[in-house]
Design a protein around this ligand. Structure first.
Ligand SMILES: [Zn+2]
Length: 300
């Protein structure tokens, strides 16, 4: 007979890493700058679980020092989806804390895909990405625990990339949403060309909403904002509605880019906005070109 004991309550803290340095300018002349990336530390009395540990060696050091200051034993590092900005530093953090890396089977396949595109994309844009061997493992039934509290990996399908997941922590009324929900940051729309639009992303948002969280940690967020679930869900839906309208009315990628900035002047992450616009209009204007190549080249 085995018993599961729940001792005490969980807490969570969020660390928002600064984007790594980058060359180049956007169509409006401002320097390119990637979006801030949020990592969550879910803590029990002694152990903790870390999510989405960032991309570069510098980010790993900053995040790792912050985690070390919390004085917990990090048992698991959970990765929400395969995009390199969320996990290329996982190996460094796993080694530093002796933690296991956990993801869904679909996400692990996407992580391997991001390793394959490293020389074509990530290493062309950013320096300081450490070795990125995929060591992540799945867990039975997509569930694991922290001091007896259940953590549930919920597969939400295609959002800003394929096979994305969120981490539901029922005892905290928390969803760590990866890139299914954004918070004060431009959403990456480029890979929606692979699924013909925003329908799958809207379904993913519905799945998150059905979990009825009070708190959502968005993978990309303005750290000045709160983590109110109702607001972030509503704003993520509205951003897609706006984008859909502007994709009908804005004749070029630059028009789309400028119209989005006019509607969301406070949003961070204009480099991601531009990469998405260039991908969508690139596919629209060159339908016979290789789609994956068009989406990648929109970053360069
Ligand atoms: Zn991301």
């Amino acid at each position: 007979m085995s018993t599961t004991r729940t001792t005490g309550t969980l807490t969570y803290d969020v660390f928002v890493n600064d984007p790594p340095p980058q060359d180049g300018v956007l169509p409006n002349g401002e320097p390119k700058r990637f979006s801030p990336m949020a990592s969550t530390l879910i803590s029990g009395a002694e152990d903790a679980v870390l999510t989405d540990p960032g991309m570069t060696t510098d980010q790993a050091r900053a995040l790792g020092d912050w985690v070390a200051g919390k004085g917990r034993n990090v048992t698991d590092i959970f990765v929400t989806h395969g995009h390199g900005d969320h996990w290329f530093a996982a190996g460094l953090l796993a080694e530093r804390f002796g933690a296991r890396v956990v993801a869904s089977a679909g996400t692990i396949a996407q992580m391997r895909g991001s390793v394959a595109t490293r020389p074509l994309l990530w290493d062309k844009v950013y320096t300081g990405i450490p070795p990125t061997e995929v060591t992540a493992v799945t867990v039975p039934d997509n569930r694991f625990t922290l001091e007896g509290h259940e953590l549930v990996i919920v597969e939400v399908g295609h959002t800003d990339s394929a096979d994305t997941t969120v981490l539901h922590v029922p005892d905290l009324d928390l969803v760590v949403a990866g890139d299914s929900i954004y918070n004060g940051v431009h959403m990456y729309l480029g890979q929606t060309v692979a699924v013909g639009g925003f329908g799958p992303w809207r379904e993913a948002i519905d799945i998150v909403a059905a979990l009825r969280p009070r708190h959502i940690v968005a993978g990309h967020q303005n750290k000045a904002l709160d983590d109110d679930a109702e607001r972030t869900i509503a704003e993520t839906r509205a951003y897609l509605d706006d984008a859909e309208e502007l994709l009908r009315t804005a004749p070029t990628a630059i028009d789309f880019f400028e119209a989005k900035i006019a509607r969301y002047p406070e949003h961070l992450g204009r480099t991601v906005l531009w990469a998405g616009a260039a991908a969508i209009y690139g596919v629209r204007e060159h339908p016979d070109d290789d789609v994956a190549r068009t989406v990648l080249s929109a970053w360069l």
